[in-house]
Design a protein around this ligand. Structure first.
Ligand SMILES: [Zn+2]
Length: 941
């Protein structure tokens, strides 16, 4: 393959003027491990065996249709239909489908779900335990029902209207309101202007059944449907079952309506849309330059893979520049990014998208500045050092992905196959992809990337769309069309100078500390870890696993946290983690550090909670030493002051905090927080006035104080590290940490829970009327044990099931309902919590709150559905088996064992199995008995 010819094809593909050139190029081979077939009636299927984790599978059905297929009198019905798929079908009447899934430990909303977008509708049953063949049969039966067996009963339609109306309310925000009313202008003369999937509420509330029925019959046809099964299944068997079952569905009529790509007309003059809304938090502007999307038929060409790689490389380097420039004190924007992909909603049209969040009152300048950067990259290209870093990052990400190839989860495969079915995205095997990229990435010279970047031209007005969302308020000055177009014009007139890439060519640590040693090593057989005692008194827990072959996790937990500081440090405490993260490390500023870590997959953070200080790190096995160095630098107060970076953080915080309370959800969250903490100023939400109390030097001193004595810390390292090299690294970077032979300073009890019965019902005026309720109960009398912890989890999930059934399905009073119970331990108390949360229909708020409270009281009184308890136990056992495959699980269990001598692992299954409905009633009764009850309800004014 000649490079020049290849590059020509790549460039043509990117700008959407694909020619025959790409077709001559080699094709991407489809992964042979996936069985793909097509039935006579047109239905496509994908089946793949994957045994990580064992006995689990995913069942998907994807449809190549969505809201764009609706007629004017059907707006919202594609999405409505998706809801009806869970409300009665040939083999699962009423809500039986949900109930059956619950019985095998598959939860609605978590494992059982669906989405409808403008041109696709996808349903899934995930994390299915394939322990019995009958389960596989039933899941295929559900897919069959979705494909062709929905009942669409009148009574169920009536109940679902309210649920969807509440989904609309929940999703309605300032941005959604503006986007919806601006779409006709953004898509002149196109159906895309009028097809938001949520639809029109007057249609949702009033449509007659035949309108829904006709959409279903017209579009849900085997030739538009793809079935995907991935997991621990027998591929031949599943294929046979699919053939037998789905061949029964009739082939579409010869004159059946075809799915056609809806065109998006070009525009010769720029389209400028400026809008405002009272609840919009930040002002922003986006410039999109439309171009044709790569046709599906061209995506199997090798050129497509390369084009995507080069495009992502170029835009990635441009975004790094934009991030670096944002730290300059006089930069007029807070944040900016450039991407290239689908133009808003339409798959038939792509766009280069430039998004800018300006500093206050600087929208035109900000837009001009970002435009200049896009031009600079397009005309003058990137530097070799920028490109070298980008290549190094790509290679290390590839290596990381490849090293874990035997432990990929089903979901990773399914998503690829869904995209292959819907949009012909390539699905090479990881082996082929890896081999190809490992050859191509180092071989492509910088000129190729620069040549490609040139195609992202912003010199012409044609096909340009400018969109600006603003906060509406008295006295505000809004951007104008002349102003925004003037900024673009000014940017085009600017004389460009090449970008200078400042890099620091020195190692992360110039000089290594004097090594300490391991003085003792003890084995723990229960959890399979080693506990090392180091010469400086620090303890390190080591557990080697290959659960994720590309992961090593380090966590250091030290005594003493924010509770050691008084109210005067409230702002410093609140921003501690963010300021530390925005700072530099060692000899490197924040930006220099990012550059210095190119090609490494390693990171670390320092953070502070009320009672603890934590250092957390993660890396690939290869980059453990880099992670250890980062941890060492944090633990030795080598945080480098980076005023510019922290100034940018503060400016961003200011914009966010200033307008936070414009959103009704934030108003509710603040009221809830204040009421739940008895209005303790320590726990008050941050406000913009608090920012002036942030003292950078003070935060750096606090970081130094918290890490001064390494002996106050215990480190846990878990994952796929190399056992032969980990000990010398521990001696080098952890045993060398300064420590004192002191009893670590512990925190103080600053909890300020509400006491007794507390009610805070209030009204709030919003653009779209919203209401939210939270009920909460707690007790400090239940000891922290495995059994109580399991009782809590079961109770919360049973309650969630009751809410789903009574509030959503029966009363149609809400779209989302949530209940949760937990048992926590702090240094000072054990606490059991029961929480109920529901954003609900304002007219039905009384009903919803009544059910929320009554359901809890019922359980306390012994009224509980034993069947629900059984289902929750089923789910917990399945989930536990999955947890065993996560490093995080082992970290948590080892922690509990070491800190409190509690074994939450060995008897887990036995304890779950022994739970009876009466145990759950007893738990809720004990929580309620304490008499602590909180109610916070927001209603529209
Ligand atoms: Zn929905």
């Amino acid at each position: 393959m000649k490079l020049r010819k290849l590059m020509m094809a790549v460039v043509l593909m990117i700008i959407g003027s694909m020619t025959a050139v790409a077709q001559e190029m080699p094709q991407i081979p489809v992964d042979p491990a996936v069985r793909i077939g097509k039935l006579d009636n047109g239905l496509t299927y994908y089946i793949r065996h994957n045994a990580w984790p064992e006995q689990r599978a995913e069942f998907y059905i994807a449809q190549k249709v969505g809201s764009i297929q609706e007629n004017d009198d059907q707006r919202g019905l594609a999405h409505f239909l998706e809801h009806m798929a869970f409300n009665g079908s040939k083999h699962f009447k009423g809500n039986e489908l949900l109930r059956w899934c619950e019985s095998i430990g598959v939860k609605f909303g978590t494992d059982l779900n669906a989405y409808t977008s403008i041109d696709q509708t996808v349903y899934n049953i995930s994390n299915v335990p394939t322990t019995r063949e009958g389960i596989i049969d039933s899941c295929l039966m559900i897919l069959w029902d979705w494909a062709d067996g929905l009942l669409l009963e009148q009574e169920e339609i009536e109940k679902e209207r309210g649920v969807i109306h509440e989904e609309w309310r929940l999703r309605t925000s300032a941005q959604m309101r503006m986007l919806e009313r601006d779409l006709p202008k953004l898509y002149p003369d196109s159906k895309y202007g009028h097809r938001m999937p949520i639809g029109l509420m007057e249609i949702i509330d009033n449509f007659e059944r035949p309108f829904l029925q006709s959409y279903y019959e017209k579009w849900y046809r085997p030739d538009n449907q793809g079935i995907i099964v991935v997991g621990d299944v027998d591929v031949d068997q599943v294929e046979q079952k699919i053939k037998t079952m789905f061949s029964q569905i009739a082939a579409p009529a010869a004159d059946a309506a075809q799915v056609v790509m809806e065109p998006v007309p070009d525009n010769a003059e720029p389209i400028v849309v400026i809008d405002k809304d009272k609840e919009q938090k930040i002002n922003m502007v986006e410039v999109m330059v439309k171009h044709d999307a790569v046709p599906d038929s061209m995506k199997s060409s090798m050129v497509y893979l390369l084009a995507n790689y080069l495009k992502n490389t170029a835009l990635g380097m441009l975004n790094s520049r934009l991030g670096e420039i944002a730290q300059e004190p006089d930069c007029p924007y807070l944040q900016a990014s450039v991407g290239d992909g689908m133009y808003l909603l339409s798959r038939s049209k792509d766009a280069l998208e430039i998004a800018v969040v300006p500093k206050d009152g600087k929208m035109n300048e900000a837009l001009q500045r970002v435009f200049v950067e896009v031009r600079r990259a397009a005309e003058l290209g990137f530097t070799q050092t920028e490109y070298d870093r980008s290549k190094a990052n790509t290679i290390s990400a590839l290596d990381k992905q490849y090293s874990n190839k035997d432990k990929r989860f089903n979901a990773q495969f399914v998503n690829q196959y869904v995209q292959h079915f819907l949009a012909n995205e390539p699905i090479p095997s990881l082996d082929d992809y890896y081999q190809l990229m490992k050859q191509v990435v180092p071989a492509l010279p910088l000129e190729n990337v620069n040549q490609l970047m040139k195609e992202f031209s912003v010199e012409k007005d044609s096909n340009m769309v400018v969109l600006s969302f603003n906060q509406e308020k008295d006295g505000a000055v809004y951007p104008t069309e002349e102003g925004l177009l003037g900024a673009i014009k000014a940017a085009r007139a600017e004389k460009l100078q090449a970008f200078v890439d400042n890099v620091k060519n020195e190692p992360l640590m110039a000089k290594l500390p004097k090594k300490g040693s391991i003085v003792k090593e003890e084995k723990n057989d229960l959890f399979g870890y080693s506990e090392l005692t180091l010469s400086n008194g620090v303890k390190v827990v080591l557990k080697q696993t290959d659960l994720k072959k590309d992961q090593v996790l380090l966590s250091g937990e030290g005594w003493g946290g924010a509770s050691l500081y008084g109210l005067g440090d409230r702002a410093n405490i609140a921003l501690f983690d963010d300021v530390v993260e925005a700072s530099g490390l060692g000899n490197f500023s924040h930006t220099e550090l990012i550059k210095a870590l190119a090609g490494k997959v390693a990171g670390a953070t320092l953070s502070m909670s009320t009672q603890r200080t934590n250092v957390n790190g993660s890396s690939t096995p290869k980059d453990v030493e880099t992670m250890m160095q980062l941890v060492y630098l944090y633990m030795t107060a080598n945080i480098k002051k980076d005023q510019q970076s922290v100034d940018q953080l503060m400016q961003t915080m200011e914009v966010q905090l200033k307008n936070r309370l414009l959103q009704p959800e934030a108003v509710f969250a603040d009221s809830l927080n204040a009421t739940a903490t008895s209005h303790n100023p320590r726990f008050k939400s941050m406000e913009v006035e608090d920012l002036k109390n942030v003292d950078y030097d003070r935060i750096l001193r606090m970081a130094k104080e918290r890490t001064a004595n390494a002996a106050a810390f215990t480190f846990t390292i878990i994952g796929n590290y190399d056992d032969a090299t980990i000990r010398p690294l521990i001696e080098q970077y952890i045993a060398s940490l300064p420590s004192q032979d002191l009893i670590p300073e512990k925190g103080c009890d600053v909890a300020s829970d509400y006491q007794g019965k507390v009610v805070n019902d209030f009204k709030h005026k919003a653009e779209t009327p919203k209401s939210i309720a939270v009920l909460h109960w707690y007790t400090k009398k239940l000891p922290y044990t495995l059994r109580n912890s399991i009782r809590a989890h079961v109770a919360g999930q049973v309650l969630q099931m009751v809410y789903l059934k009574e509030i959503r399905e029966e009363a149609s009073a809400a779209y989302t309902v949530m209940a949760q119970a937990t048992l926590n331990r702090s240094d000072f108390a054990d606490e059991a919590n029961l929480l109920a949360y529901c954003p609900m229909k304002p007219e039905k708020a009384d009903t919803a709150v009544l059910i929320m409270r009554r359901a809890v009281q019922d359980i306390a009184a012994g009224k509980i559905d034993a069947d629900m308890v059984t289902k929750v136990k089923e789910y917990m056992l399945k989930d536990h088996a999955d947890q065993l495959k996560q490093n995080g699980y082992w970290q948590g269990r080892i922690n509990a064992w070491r800190k409190w001598g509690l074994d939450f692992h060995t008897d887990y299954e036995k304890t779950v199995q022994a739970i009876t409905p009466a145990c759950i009633c007893g738990f809720v009764r004990e929580v309620l008995k304490a008499g602590n009850e909180l109610e916070v309800v927001m209603l529209p004014e």
